[in-house]
Design a protein around this ligand. Structure first.
Ligand SMILES: [Zn+2]
Ligand SMILES: [Zn+2]
Length: 135
C-alpha cells in the first residue's frame, strides 16, 4: 500500500487522509498559530491540496488574515489546516491531528522571531526568523 497518513478531530466528525510524505514538517511559532491551537507552538505537515482528502465530514473555515484560511472542526474546535494564497495549491495540516504524528518528525522551525522564549524543543533543527517557505 502506498505511503499515506490519516488523522482527524477530537470528536471524530472530521477525518482526513494525506497521500505520500509531507513536503515539510515544521514547528511554527507565529502568534496566529499559537492562538489557533491554544499552544506555544503549532507543528505542521505540508502537503499539496490534491494529495489531501477529507474522508469524513468537512471542516469549517476561518479567514485569519488576508489570503489566509484556517480550518477546524465546527463541532469540537480541533484545528486542522492552514492555507495561504501565497502558496496556492498547498495545504498545511496540523500534525497534532494526525493519528501517528510520531512517524513525521519536524525538520525545521519557522517564525522564530515570535517564539515564546522559555519554550525549547528540537533546538538542533534549522531555524527561520519568518516563514522560511515563501520568503
Ligand atoms: Zn470534531
Ligand atoms: Zn504560524
Amino acid at each position: 500500500m502506498a505511503e499515506s497518513y490519516e488523522g482527524g478531530c477530537l470528536c471524530g466528525a472530521i477525518r482526513f487522509r494525506a497521500a505520500g510524505a509531507p513536503r515539510f514538517v515544521a514547528h511554527c511559532h507565529c502568534q496566529s498559530c499559537r492562538r489557533q491551537v491554544g499552544g506555544v507552538i503549532a507543528t505542521f505537515a505540508g502537503y499539496a491540496v490534491k494529495d489531501v482528502e477529507w474522508t469524513k465530514g468537512h471542516p469549517g473555515v476561518y479567514a485569519s488574515s488576508p489570503g489566509v484560511t484556517r480550518s477546524f472542526c465546527k463541532n469540537c474546535g480541533t484545528p486542522l489546516a492552514y492555507e495561504s494564497e501565497k502558496r496556492p495549491g498547498d495545504i498545511d495540516l496540523f500534525l497534532g491531528a494526525f493519528d501517528e504524528p510520531g512517524k513525521l518528525p519536524a525538520r525545521s522551525h519557522v517564525w522564530t522571531e515570535a517564539r515564546v522564549p522559555w519554550f525549547h524543543a528540537d533546538e538542533h533543527l534549522p531555524m527561520h526568523l519568518r516563514s522560511g517557505l515563501e520568503d
